[in-house]
Design a protein around this ligand. Sequence first.
Ligand code: ATR
Length: 280
Amino acid sequence: MAHSDRFLLAGVMGWPVMHSRSPMMHNYWFKKHGLAGSYVPLAIRPERLAAALHGLHPLGFAGVNVTIPHKLEAMKIVHEVDALAKSIGAISCVIVRSDGSLAGTNNDCYGFIHAVKQEQPGWRADAGPIVVIGAGGGSRAVCYGLAQESAREIRVVNRTLARAKGIAQEFGGPIRALPWEQRHEALEGAAMVVNTTSCGMVGQPALDIKLDKLPKSALATDIIYIPLETPFLAAARGRGNRTVNGLGMLLNQGRPAWKAWFGIEPEVTAELRAMVERTI
Ligand code: ATR
């Protein structure tokens, strides 16, 4: 719980980290809740990650988010990893317990699902087939969330088929792996498509996919938020599809982190979204 006699501390560990919009968002929440505290960017080299994480308790940190390139390595350093993070295969959030031990969890899945629900009220995962492009950590979080939301068919398309097959084998249920060559056809009859690859991110090539087969009624989503509208989302919007960009996922994954660190579930307000959008 939050204590007014304590300066609350949290942050994000990454390398590099200065591009992160998380400090802006969390510091907005400290202000909004009238709490004395700060959320700081922590530029941690990979070889210093263990020392940095072990320093959190003596420094009085409630916890940290971990981002690229620490999401896998941090999992080996914390004392306990919950079942959700184990299934996803990465942690995004570390919680410092009162005895000094470190717990790891993953809030990306929550962030994605809640962003879609917030921005597309009435959305249902079981409305029809869902195509997930990519099979990295982001894809795992998205697939896990969609399966939990009772998706009936998830087609995972990835450049490296073995990684898509890995997700299908581990998660089972509605997930089917498809080769990269079938990405255009895989969109046929889909109710939703999610880009989880790094294609379309600033400095990266656009996602190479033809949208002709995608029904106009389908929802197109991307987990990228820089830029706010990737070429893939722009093409989808241009032909009449509804779209959701990756910013909502970033904003929403902060809520369960706050709950775990400070006992408060903060709101993703229009004001917060606009504030972050202005910096992108
Ligand atoms: P993250 O954990 O952020 O999802 P990742 O594990 O590096 O990152 O995954 C990146 C995803 O983008 C992968 O699905 C990757 O495909 P591969 O598994 O074949 O590497 C995909 N990706 C990256 N660059 C790509 C490109 N030029 N074309 C197609 N897919 C690409």
